[in-house]
Ligand binder design. Structure first.
Ligand code: DNO
Length: 347
């Protein structure tokens, strides 16, 4: 297992020095966040991240994300051009030493929460999701701003995009994903890069938009598109684990044994109701997931990929990017590292 930490670049209030001081840190996870979706990344920018990380003795081998253009998800005529750009980006990243690319195939919106600053009784704040609040929102109303939303959409642009999705059901979206995967796999295999799809978060449809990477059945169907180590998963415990139907350790055992997990996001969630959950601190006692069992499953399948502590709460007065502060994620990393040492030493 290689321990990594997400870093949003020079604007991130969390510095590379902060990250390097966390025990057991092997590297960072980052991206050229300023490049619009569907454009080529510059070699110089990729290498600059790598060089900066290396000055702190951190590796840079995982990118999160290379976003997929909506035209690819919609299956529009222009998708081939965007797939061509994606292929070029894969080659450039490989040349810079990137081994895993995390991406997702969620229409329009990435991850969603109803509240980014929910106040816990202990004074910390966390990200939470309440289905009733989300379903009461009108995504056509641009006053709304949620963490996964691409703020570059204009009101009209967003409305148009949403209307294009009226014709896209789960099946069509899946076929468009299949087309994308088939369009990039040769380059991934040649350049020794693993694609690691992130599950839909939350793993159910939002705003009537289909979501197709959400449970054992859909993960299995996805992997069936193309059987190769280059076509794998980002197993995100929190995204899958906020649905009580997903047995996360069992998913790790199943897909990990087949070497389909390239990257893991480790965090805990407390399921508070049907389609409602709170993000919590990482330890098992804080949420609904058994993190010990999760790490044990990783050990059982001899997991050799990358992990990162995922979202943390905001604690100790820290101000920053919701979910991506330093302190609680660092506690998470130390906890995960401790569990990993324990399961390894106990055989
Ligand atoms: C949220 C992240 C996601 C993830 C993308 C991958 O915190 O886990 O935004 O980066 O879905 O493409």
């Amino acid at each position: 297992m290689k321990m990594t930490f997400r870093w949003y670049g020079e604007d991130d209030p969390v510095t590379l020095e902060n990250i390097a001081q966390i025990p057991m840190m092997d590297g960072i996870v980052s991206a050229c966040y300023d490049v619009p979706v569907g454009k080529e990344w510059r070699e110089e920018s990729i290498n600059a991240i790598k060089t900066r990380a290396e000055t702190h003795s951190l590796g840079f081998e995982v990118v999160e994300s290379v976003p997929v253009h909506e035209d690819i998800k919609l299956g529009k005529g222009s998708r081939d051009e965007y797939i061509e750009v994606y292929r070029k980006n894969i080659k450039k990243l490989s040349a810079a030493g990137i081994r895993v690319i995390c991406y997702n195939f969620m229409p329009v919106f990435d991850w969603l929460r109803s509240d980014l600053n929910y106040k816990n009784p202990d004074g910390s704040t966390a990200l939470i999701y309440r289905e009733s609040e989300i379903s009461a929102l009108d995504p056509n109303n641009s006053e709304l701003s949620l963490p996964g939303w691409d703020s570059s959409y204009t009101k009209e642009g967003l409305r148009e995009l949403l209307s294009e999705y009226k014709n896209i059901d789960e099946e069509k979206l899946f076929l468009n994903l299949e087309y994308f995967i088939r369009g990039i796999m040769d380059v991934c295999e040649q350049s020794n890069v693993k694609m690691a799809i992130h599950p839909d978060d939350p793993p159910w449809p939002v705003f009537g938009l289909p979501r197709i990477i959400r449970d054992e059945k859909t993960l299995e169907r996805f992997l069936g598109i193309y059987d190769s180590e280059a076509n794998g998963l980002t197993l995100c415990t929190g995204s899958l684990g906020c649905s009580a139907e997903n047995d996360v350790p069992a998913l790790i055992r199943k897909f990990g044994a087949r070497k389909k997990i390239g990257f893991m996001h480790l965090r805990n969630v407390k399921i508070t109701g049907e389609r409602d959950f709170n993000e919590t601190a990482h330890p098992s006692s804080c949420g609904s997931l058994d993190m010990y069992e999760i790490v044990r499953a990783m050990r059982e399948v001899n997991f050799r990929g990358y992990v990162r502590p995922d979202h943390g709460r905001m604690i100790w007065g820290e101000v920053g990017r919701p979910g991506y502060g330093l302190f609680d994620r660092a506690l998470g990393a130390a906890y995960i590292g401790g569990l990993w040492e324990a399961v390894n030493k106990s055989g």
